[in-house]
Write a protein that binds this ligand. Structure first.
Ligand SMILES: Cc1ncc(COP(=O)(O)O)c(C=O)c1O
Length: 372
């Protein structure tokens, strides 16, 4: 019998994002559902981005700028680099796919932390390459272990800082050592900084500052989190021009739509929204972590817009109880941390509601101490 599909597909299951917010709300008969499961921006998008989308909507019949030139120029000014060092993607997700398509092939190995953002392993497997998993140690990326796993077959290493789902960071010093350990002929090195804007730790690795030292470094950023534009899908990669040129060979001509391009440009212009989002997340992360600790839950210290919380094996029951109260959180089992919940940091009102619902669902002081 003919086999129409690539054998790599046998090893991959479709990404399980769950039902849409609207469908879930209708199914549960809730008038309101607070989604704290997808690490979205609880302030919403910048009003300027919304206005830009509205204004652009009447041009929806026209193809977008294939090069996204205006946005790449604006990003170039932001990061003090040229537009030739940048590529836009339909979310950072698409850029992971482009990297895989351009670089990975059967026989290659790609070293990734485990657990980590699920699409890393998926794009590697789909390309026919082999993911080589490096276990987190105490919720931290173990760069020494990752470096030890490099072989002549290693095509790339992928890390994220802050890490999803742990929320922990890689420090600048550690990342520099890692880059040095990879030597003069390094594999591709992807540093996913989707949550970097939420870090208030001055030691948090700054990939853009290291581009000059590592010719194969690709830094991923997204407008989904800090700019609240997850729904229009826009992210970007920064790398040396020769790396970007390779990614452009596999990019579809109109991969980033018109609305996303103007929304991102407007969001870049609205520093107030950017700063307010960051301020809110940092303030509420501290508040929420403190209150969860007070309730007796063990919280992993986070530099992202979410918290990973050890709930002592009651993850599924607590998630269900919270859902009945109209609050959706992520069961850690789905992201490689059974016995944990991953909870997006919300506004004070959302967080207060979550805490009240949690207290109601888990009244006993059953729970461990604060993690280091
Ligand atoms: C670590 C990490 N990288 C990348 C992404 C994808 O971002 P985007 O929405 O730009 O595709 C996410 C989304 O949750 C993420 O958690």
């Amino acid at each position: 019998m003919r086999r129409p599909w690539r054998s790599a597909l046998d090893q991959v299951t479709p990404y399980e994002a769950g039902p849409s917010l609207e469908a879930l709300q209708a199914e549960l008969g809730l008038s309101e559902l607070v989604r704290l499961s997808a690490n979205e921006n609880s302030l919403g998008p910048s009003p300027r981005a919304v206005a830009a989308i509205r204004a652009e909507a009447a041009r929806a019949h026209l193809y977008p700028d294939s090069d996204g030139r205006a946005l790449r120029d604006a990003l170039g000014r932001l990061h003090a680099t040229g537009p030739e060092s940048m590529i836009l993607g339909n979310g950072a997700d698409e850029l992971l796919g482009l990297i895989a398509w351009a670089a990975f092939e059967p026989g290659d190995e790609v070293v990734i932390p485990h657990p980590a953002f699920e699409p890393y392993a998926t794009v590697v497997t789909l390309s026919g390459a082999t993911p080589v998993q490096s276990p987190l140690v105490d919720y931290q990326t173990d760069l020494a272990d990752m470096a030890r796993r490099v072989t002549p077959r290693t095509k790339a290493l992928i890390v994220c800082s802050p890490h999803n789902p742990a929320g922990t960071i890689i420090t600048n010093a550690a990342f520099r050592r890692f880059v040095t350990a990879l030597g003069d002929d390094p594999p591709l090195l992807v540093l996913d900084e989707a949550y970097r804007d939420f870090s208030d730790d001055p030691e948090c690795a700054d990939g853009l500052a290291l581009l000059s030292q590592c010719p194969t470094l690709i830094v991923l950023r997204t407008f989904s989190k800090i700019a609240g534009l997850a729904g229009v899908r826009i992210g970007y990669a920064v790398a040396r021009a020769e790396v970007i040129a390779m990614l452009n060979r596999v990019r579809a001509p109109y991969n980033v739509n018109r609305l996303a391009q103007v929304a991102a440009l407007a969001a870049l212009d609205d520093r107030e929204h950017w700063v307010e989002t960051r301020r809110l997340v940092i303030q509420e992360r501290r508040f929420l972590a403190g209150e969860l600790g007070r309730l007796g839950f063990a919280v992993v210290p986070s530099q992202a817009n979410f918290l990973l919380v050890d709930v002592g094996g009651r993850a599924a029951a607590l998630r269900e109880a919270l859902l009945k109260d109209g609050i959706l959180v992520r069961d850690g089992t789905a992201v490689g941390f059974p016995g944990h919940l991953r909870i997006t940091v919300g506004t004070r009102a959302m967080n207060a509601r979550l805490l009240q619902a949690l207290e109601h669902a888990a009244p006993s002081p059953h729970r461990g101490e604060e993690k280091r």
